[in-house]
Ligand binder design. Structure first.
Ligand code: AMP
Length: 757
């Protein structure tokens, strides 16, 4: 470590010292103290605010008084709290004067990404700062960081900027005997002026203010000809999930644990990360639809959908700055005060948005022809060209033709050049009305009909995009691992380049799979067919499907296919399956939410979820129920204290009808947030027994998929007491002996060991 002594004075001898640790959550403060205390022969006391109140979090005043009494007893003291700014530290520093001792600071100034990754991953943290909320909190704290200076009153400051620096400091303090002293001065500081590490700057993507042309008043566009203007896309936004309707989401963990993203600058990441649909204007250039009317429709539909899209973005793209439709839409969007973080216009080639404009769009729309064929001109030809034959074959699997006013979602195979170089995971073909007399099916200026069709076309397009976002976002939050990855992605950008700029959620899944992470476990069943569904289910998102109900307009992301793949090709997944039969396969849930949690998968093609279940599936439901019961009983033979419930999620995250058989202890590290809890403990969870009743009597199951159910307060499933967060709830249910509510005890909804005779 470099030595940078400022007028080193002679150390006093044989006195206690007060060491103030300075560092973000996850920087290793507690570990530092523990390691030193383990090897040191000096009497040390660690004062930790997270545990000072009888093992629970306490106040700064308690820390001050505890430190003072230890110093009175001639014990050396570690102040183990973040102490990231001068004000936080000042009262502790004053203890030095009162007790006539030296005050040191040890600064654990480790890379932001390391602190975030450690805090997110840790479990059982004393201060309960872990999981999804930790990234935001660490960011916020690091933004406020004010490095200590000797002038604050320290006799010694040690800066550690790497793990080896930390080891060095542990050795230094650990070998300090009762009478030893350390030289005074400032040690190890590499860049005294850097308030915020480069890493965190990149992480937060703090870029210069957006160009005037791209102001949030909606008056500007971005352009690939002028990369500077793309700064707009780096405007900070909250690191929140776009659409929070999935029980597997992690992002609300902060909320459920009483720490929400506060919207402060520090808890934000770049919009660059948001799921984005780039779309051309439909029907205007090829089909000669009136520009004014088309612009009105675009703005109207955009306004409608941006309200539902969370932080996902829509981007209207055209090739030239002179684009009439672009300027009309821009003006109208601005008049309508459409949120410019959610809707933008962009000048550039829709097939090169990432490579030439730095704009990450995971989904692009194609102004297709009714035959869904390559060729012609304009956007259609450009997209089919850029995507290669992969798009043609993937399109064929989804649909043979398209009628005006409709859209079809096509997942792009990972081998498509558009996927590889631009990061596009889906193309949505959309067909608008034709006003061009030289083309077939011209509407002959019938704008009443034309407007209706164009509105339907945009609605279908945006719905298709929303369903992609919804399904991708759901799974992307399944593991905290991914939150870290999302947060740190910007730091990895250079690495990503060598892996073809995989930038969006779906692509990240693949990246994670490449790295053998948790996600790869999740995706293990589908890697051989990543991004391509093996069947030819038509995913047209048309008004007819919407009218008819069913899950046909739900575009399952590639990550959501794992169960489907296992059900369709059990022979390829023998190692993961507990049972294979003609009708069902059984497997352990990869992220069990209780001690015992298995899934009974139907093997019937075309029944993706409860919504698809009809009267004819009654026997299938019965079979699934019986197999579920068999497994519950088997587990009860091993552990008679368990109690099981069998049921379906009203709106599942994974494709392929599956029955959860889950023990009611909910004792699992994967039970992490409110959505997890409520997905098993509110009406969102439909008991198998009730589903069978409903299907046999009405031909369909009742779905309770209201988002509100998943965000309800946390209540014990036995005594119904309310709890502020998951750790508290878990600690309560660990000891709650109340009987289960009466309705659960009825009708065989709970499965338990037979009562002793
Ligand atoms: P849901 O679709 O909401 O009913 O729940 C899907 C369940 O599948 C969740 O409990 C996940 O933990 C679980 N899961 C997700 N991926 C896999 C996988 N690859 N193998 C087994 N279980 C999985």
């Amino acid at each position: 470590m470099d030595m940078d002594v400022d007028g080193a004075s002679r150390p006093k001898e044989g006195k206690a010292i007060l060491v103030i640790l300075v560092g973000a959550p996850g920087s290793g403060k507690s570990t530092f103290c523990e390691e030193v205390m383990r090897s040191s022969t000096r009497p040390w006391i660690r004062v930790c605010q997270d545990t000072i109140g009888n093992g629970k979090a306490g106040s700064k005043a308690q820390c001050l008084s505890s430190a003072a009494s230890a110093l009175k007893d001639h014990k050396s003291v570690f102040i183990d709290r973040c102490n990231l700014d001068r004000e936080q530290r000042s009262e502790f520093v004053k203890l030095g004067d009162v007790h006539k001792i030296d005050v040191h600071a040890v600064v654990l100034d480790l890379p932001a990404k390391l602190c975030i990754s450690r805090s997110v991953k840790r479990t059982g943290h004393e201060g309960n700062l872990q999981g999804g909320k930790a990234a935001a909190v660490v960011n916020r704290m690091l933004q406020k960081k004010e490095l200590p200076k000797l002038s604050e009153g320290y006799s010694r400051i040690t800066f550690c900027q790497s793990e080896s620096d930390v080891k060095g400091a542990i050795n230094t303090y650990g070998s300090l005997g009762p009478l030893d002293n350390l030289p005074h001065g400032c040690f190890g500081q590499k860049n005294p002026d850097s308030k915020v590490q480069v890493g965190i700057m990149k992480f937060l993507k703090k870029v210069p203010a957006p160009d005037a042309a791209a102001r949030p008043d909606g008056s500007g566009d971005t352009t690939s000809q002028n990369p500077g203007k793309n700064d707009y896309f780096h405007k900070d936004v909250e690191m929140a999930s776009p659409i929070l309707d999935n029980p597997n989401l992690e992002s609300k963990e902060g909320e459920s644990q009483g720490v929400a993203f506060d919207g402060s600058h520090a808890s934000r990441v770049s919009l660059d990360d948001a799921p984005t649909l780039a779309f051309p204007s439909i029907s205007t250039s090829d089909f000669q639809f009136n520009y004014e009317k088309a612009a009105d429709i675009i703005v109207e539909k955009v306004a409608e959908f941006t309200a539902k899209l969370g932080n996902a973005r829509l981007v209207l793209v055209d090739l030239t700055h002179k684009s009439k439709i672009l300027s009309l839409v821009k003006a109208k969007a601005s008049e309508k005060r459409i949120d410019t973080q959610k809707f933008l216009t962009h000048v550039g080639d829709i097939t090169k948005l990432h490579s030439t404009g730095g704009l990450n769009c995971n989904v692009i729309a194609n102004a297709a022809n009714w035959r869904l064929k390559a060729g012609g001109g304009g956007v259609n030809a450009a997209i089919f060209n850029a995507a290669g034959p992969e798009l043609e074959s993937a399109t064929k699997e989804r649909a043979k033709s398209l009628s005006p006013g409709n859209a079809v979602v096509v997942p792009l195979p990972a081998s498509s050049p558009l996927f590889v170089t631009e990061g596009v995971t889906h193309v949505i073909h959309v067909l608008g009305p034709n006003m061009n007399p030289q083309r077939p099916n011209c509407l002959n200026n019938d704008y009443e009909k034309g407007c209706k069709i164009l509105q339907d076309a945009y609605a279908s397009l945006f719905e298709g995009f929303a369903s992609i976002v919804r399904t991708q976002a759901g799974q992307s939050r399944e593991e905290n691992e991914n939150i870290v990855k999302k947060a740190l992605k910007l730091q990895d950008k250079s690495e990503c380049h060598s892996r073809n700029n995989l930038t969006n959620i779906d692509q990240k899944n693949k990246r994670d799979a490449d790295h053998g992470s948790e996600k790869s476990k999740k995706c293990k069943g589908i890697q051989d067919s990543f991004g391509v569904s093996s069947d030819s289910r038509d995913e047209r998102v048309d008004s007819e499907h919407r009218r008819n109900g069913g899950s046909m307009n739900k575009a399952w992301g590639s990550w959501a296919q794992a169960l489907h793949q296992m059900a369709m090709h059990p022979e390829k997944h023998k190692d993961d399956l507990l049972e294979i039969s003609e009708d069902v396969v059984v497997l352990n849930d990869l992220y069990p939410k209780a001690k015992k949690h298995v899934l009974i998968l139907s093997r019937t093609r075309g029944v993706d979820c409860l919504e698809d279940v009809q009267k004819e599936h009654f026997q299938l439901l019965k079979k699934m129920h019986d197999v579920g019961l068999k497994w519950a009983r088997k587990f009860l033979d091993e552990n008679a204290s368990l109690v099981f419930r069998l049921g379906y999620h009203s709106a599942p995250s994974m494709r392929q009808l599956h029955l959860h058989v889950i023990s009611q202890d909910f004792d699992s590290k994967h039970m992490k947030n409110k959505k997890h809890w409520n997905s098993f403990n509110t009406a969102f969870f439909r008991d198998s027994i009730d589903v069978m009743d409903e299907v046999s009597s009405h031909g369909k199951a009742t779905l309770k998929d209201d988002d509100k159910l998943l965000s309800m307060e946390l209540r014990c499933h036995r005594c119904r007491s309310a709890h502020p967060n998951i750790p508290r709830l878990k600690s309560h249910i660990g000891s709650c002996k109340a009987p289960f509510p009466a309705y659960l005890l009825e009708n065989g909804r709970l499965v338990h060991a037979p009562a002793e005779p």
